[in-house]
Write a protein of this length. Structure first.
Ligand code: 3NM
Length: 230
């Protein structure tokens, strides 16, 4: 029993360490098997090797069984190196004991996800404006994904880009980390960090490349350079 208790206590410590890590993350990879050149597992492996500290498994075209198998592999790659979240699918996250989930405004309500996952998992929520961000924080989101910053064709219903200046407004309204997403590439990512985002996601700019490791490394270098200046 003591051993179980010690393990639980250390898991708890690990989780609070992960939650505080959210503030320090620079580049955040979201997977997309439809766009990927080399496949999701290869993308995750290369990005983690390049120093990416958080991976979100976002899969819209596979069966639940395929997703659970793939998520289990991603968890192994991330183990001890990166936080591992599952997009939308609370069941898949639970099945493989992921670190948490990322949910959208039209997915399962955050309170319900929290009830199912418990206090000790990370839950991120997509928001589009200050009001949704404040609401997300109140509902217990550990971070918010703010999008779409620029126009993107990766998510069909993302709508028009809100522009990087809006990031500052959201940053000023909430305390939880803000992750910027949507249409971000190496050219425009400077403006995203300069406007205060804690971290950023780039999907197509990374997974459509032949060298995911190099692209991740370059994003991390640019982001750190700007953060060090401010
Ligand atoms: N969510 P890319 S935009 C998954 O606005 C996702 O909430 C968005 O892909 C939102 O980096 C988006 O290729 C796609 O533009 C981001």
């Amino acid at each position: 029993d003591q051993e179980v208790f010690n393990r639980k206590a250390s898991d708890q410590k690990d989780l609070s360490r992960k939650k505080s890590l959210l503030k320090e993350i620079d580049f955040y990879l979201v997977t997309d098997s439809g766009l990927s050149r080399k496949g999701t597992l290869s993308d995750v492996k290369e990005s983690v090797e390049a120093g990416c500290k958080i991976i979100q498994y976002r899969e819209k075209n596979k069966s639940t069984k395929e997703m659970i198998d793939e998520a289990a592999e991603i968890k192994k790659i991330c183990s001890g190196r990166a936080i591992f979240l599952v997009n939308d699918r609370v069941d898949v996250a639970l099945a493989v004991d992921a670190d948490g989930v990322h949910i959208g405004q039209d997915d399962m309500p955050i309170e319900t996800a929290r009830k199912i996952l418990g206090a000790d998992k990370i839950i991120g929520l997509t928001v589009h404006n200050v009001d949704e961000a404040v609401e997300a924080e109140k509902s217990g989101a550990d971070y918010v994904g703010l999008g779409s910053i620029f126009d993107t064709s990766t998510k069909k219903d993302a709508g028009q880009g809100i522009g990087p200046a809006r990031i500052r407004e959201v940053m000023n309204a909430i305390k939880v980390p803000v992750v910027a997403i949507g249409g971000i590439n190496k050219e425009n990512c400077r403006s995203v960090i300069e406007n205060g985002a804690d971290s950023l996601v780039a999907i197509s700019a990374v997974v459509c490349s032949d060298d995911v490791k190099k692209e991740t490394r370059e994003f991390i270098d640019i982001i750190r350079e700007i953060k060090n200046k401010s």
